[in-house]
Write a protein that binds this ligand. Structure first.
Ligand code: NAP
Length: 500
């Protein structure tokens, strides 16, 4: 984590006219540039449509202005951008790309350092990696790194195939698998909150924590991504990667050092400890849902099955809730409840660490029990931490009431908080792969998820759609916690102080 790398690089973006490049990558590069974080650099954008360098540079300019509302020094910035029309499926045209890359490398003295960013549909990942090697684009005297977007495979088998193709051209250390949640400020903060505070780490185990809840809810529906989503669903799209990554960061042992290898190996140990759930047990631990029509922010929205490019009888889940058990000494018996879905009541990602009740409650009142202590980590859209404590009610006898201590990442600093992609691009240029997923993490998480999707794909969900748009998911999701004597802490109750 502490290593500093060479910030001189040729960045080749495959899919440079696409949504990800335009909305995230160009603005992130611009911010890095304006902060003086890029030494010598140039960008080659690759996509099929025949546009000129100038048109490409103008699209970069527009994207920066749209995303950031400002663009000082933009002309100097975009002068580093080049465009090559190239069909990645056409084996014959990689030669021209190589020639352009070599020329630009020389012109900007980029020392043969190359980052290949694949911002394209996943079916192209493997073939591009193979071509980069066979057509000599990876024959460089500097570093070569491959940045690859999700999804990394569709299941364990396809992920293995993809990995095999990639590894013929790049070593594991050269592969940067993006999980953009790992670029989020408060996800990165999890380990600091845990390992830099004497008041938390001693309590961070099954003696003091009763359960942990992770919710990532979206208001949006599937929009125009129906074709992709039908083959994915919430389990593959959110649980295999983002949700399990957050579980790993919350559950891992303190690494002996903050190096990439040490942090990753602690995370891998969590993945190895996940209780495997399969066959008839799946229904005891996991709940699936699909949204029906409903009202969100006063607007009537259609059910999932009425969305474009979605099967009218679709069995695809747009919601998942699950109870994840980590069978190791620290976490035995502590459920990690995860919940994610589309068309829910609110857009929010939060972690709630619920501590056990105190052994004897001196302040019990017949009409009200004391609240348990909660540590809430607000990931998005608000960023911050709230600690829920009990304290004496002002003026009263010795009645206790809940107080919330909050820290919010807002105000002046938030204006300068780097976007997730900016941090990840910067990490990649520095050669720091800590916040990218290692192959072992990918493989263990697919193995876990495959057991569940095997059951869901082979049994039709008779009750779909089973939650209305604008709610927090199906009733069965609440029952999952009720069986254990818990409930989902309502998101708006947790929001109270942090968003003000
Ligand atoms: P997109 O908008 O569909 O863009 C795809 C890009 O690939 C376009 O630039 C397209 O340009 C190019 N392309 C398609 N076929 C090509 C070919 N045969 N040869 C060369 N270029 C080709 O996709 P996206 O939303 O940016 O997503 C890209 C990747 O990022 C996907 O893996 C996605 O899952 C992942 N991702 C995206 C987001 C996001 O916010 N968009 C978030 C997380 C992950 P031409 O049509 O001109 O060829």
């Amino acid at each position: 984590m502490t290593q500093t790398g060479n910030m001189t690089s040729l960045i080749m973006i495959f899919g440079a006219t696409g949504d990800l490049a335009v909305r995230k990558l160009f603005p992130s590069l611009y911010r890095l540039y304006n902060r003086g974080k890029l030494d010598k650099f140039a960008v080659i954008g690759v996509a099929r449509r025949p546009i000129s360098n100038e048109e490409f540079q103008n699209s970069v300019k527009d994207s920066v202005l749209t995303a950031l509302g400002k663009n000082e020094n933009i002309d100097e910035f975009i002068s580093h951008f080049y465009y090559q029309a190239h069909d990645v499926a056409d084996s014959g045209s990689y030669g021209a790309l190589k020639e352009l890359a070599n020329q630009i490398d020389e012109k900007y003295e980029l020392e043969g350092n190359r980052i290949f960013y694949l911002a394209m549909a996943p079916e192209f990942f493997g073939p591009i990696a193979l071509h980069l090697k066979s057509d000599g684009l990876t024959d460089v005297k500097g570093y070569k790194r491959l940045v690859i977007e999700k999804p990394f495979g569709h299941d364990l088998e396809s992920a293995k195939q993809l990995n095999k193709q990639i590894r013929t051209a790049f070593s594991e250390k050269e592969v940067y698998r993006i999980d953009h949640y790992l670029g989020k400020e408060m996800v990165r903060n999890i380990e600091v909150i845990r390992f830099a505070n004497a008041i938390f780490e001693p309590l961070w185990n099954n003696r003091y924590i009763s359960n942990i809840q992770i919710t990532s809810s979206e208001i949006l529906g599937v929009e125009e991504r129906g074709r992709y989503y039908e083959t994915s669903g919430a389990l593959r799209d959110m649980v295999q990667n983002h949700m399990l990554q957050m579980v790993a960061l919350l559950a891992m042992e303190p690494p002996i050092r903050l190096t990439t290898d040490e942090v990753r190996s602690e995370k891998v140990r969590v993945f190895r400890s996940l209780r495997s759930i399969s066959g008839g047990e799946v229904d005891k631990y996991f709940v699936r849902g699909q949204y029906g029509s409903g009202t969100i922010e006063d607007e009537q929205v259609p059910e999932y099955r009425a969305e474009p490019m979605v099967d009218k009888e679709s069995n695809t889940e747009t919601f998942v809730a699950g109870k994840v058990m980590i069978d190791n000494f620290r976490w035995a018996g502590v459920p990690f409840y995860i919940r994610t879905g589309k068309r829910m009541k609110t857009k929010s990602t939060k972690i709630v660490v619920q501590f056990k009740d105190i052994p004897m409650n001196l302040y019990y009142q017949p009409e009200k029990m004391l609240n348990p202590n909660l540590l809430v980590i607000h990931i998005q859209p608000e960023e911050g931490i709230t600690l829920h404590l009990n304290a004496k009610k002002m003026g009263g006898h010795l009645d206790a009431q809940e107080v919330k201590l909050s820290f919010a990442n807002t105000g002046i600093n938030a204006m300068n908080t780097p976007e997730g992609y900016e941090k990840l691009l910067y990490d990649c240029m520095r050669g720091d792969a800590t916040n990218f997923t290692h192959w072992d993490e990918v493989a263990y998480s697919w193995a876990f998820v495959d057991n569940i999707s095997d059951v869901w794909e082979n049994t039709k969900a008779g009750d779909f759609p089973n939650y209305s748009s604008g709610t927090m998911g199906p009733r069965a999701s609440d029952e999952l916690l009720e069986k254990d004597g818990f409930f989902w802490w309502p998101v708006d109750y947790l929001d109270v102080d942090i968003c003000k």
